[in-house]
Design a protein around this ligand. Sequence first.
Ligand code: CP
Ligand code: NVA
Length: 303
Amino acid sequence: MKNHLLKLLDLSRDDITEILDTADRLKAEQKAGKKHDFPAGKTLAMIFAKNSTRTRVSFETGIFQLGGQGIFLSNVDSQLGRGEPIQDTARVLSRYCDGIMIRTFAQQEVEDLAKYGSIPVINGLTDFAHPCQVLADLMTVREHKGRLVGLKIGYIGDGNNMANSIIAGGLKCGMDVSAACPDGYRPDKLVLDYASTVTDARFELTDDPKTAARGADIIFTDVWASMGMESEIAERQKAFRGYCVDDGIMALASPGCMIQHCLPAHRGEEITEKVFEEHAGEIFDEAENRLHAQKAVMYLLMR
Ligand code: CP
Ligand code: NVA
């Protein structure tokens, strides 16, 4: 495992497998009421420049279950909100804490925290990536399907942080990925460049949701307007017409196709109420696995 979790593009397949195996072990230990083998008293600074339910609660619970403490810092009440540079924040937090989790807008801020600090940095979502979410997703798919290699992911929606991370993570794990994104809402060039170099998995970018759904073992979708893009919702609703995961889309997928949605979900936009509720078990397993996957990341980075 590397020193940080900044984006899945930085990890190898072995790194991801190590995280998923560790997550499975920590999940089993927690379910059995067994204490984890992790040094007591570690602290995780958690910087949030955007809203969160799952990421905050799963990280704070996770570090507590590992015998440590999470410290919540919002942009509003920390000095970051008054313009203290990330370089200085990185060096200060490195003197107190054992790790930093950050949710913010620009990926560069996360990269800079890692560059200027001297403790592990974990990306809890940027406009570019959501690696912790996709580690939990891969864990959930492996639990349900028993494997990852050779399965087909169909991603239907915005070429956003989730799309970028699903493409990178899926391809790294030997999965086929077909991403349907409308023109103008495509995944990041860095990710598409990476995808073009992968030889042991198939990648396809299309603007036809049916192509992504056909034969899919897992369909992923996400909101049409991510945090910070709420003002664009009217034009996005037009651009994403036909991108709702509904019964028609599901009929094209493989029998037993799973749905993964990072949540929060907008029923009636990217997914129908019916499809969401039929797959709620898988979707809330996915939400639960945020806890276990992130504990694994902290376990591997902060010992
Ligand atoms: N999926 C996810 O990251 O949820 P939150 O925004 O609630 O943290
Ligand atoms: N793409 C969404 C994910 C939320 C967890 C966003 O960035 O708002």
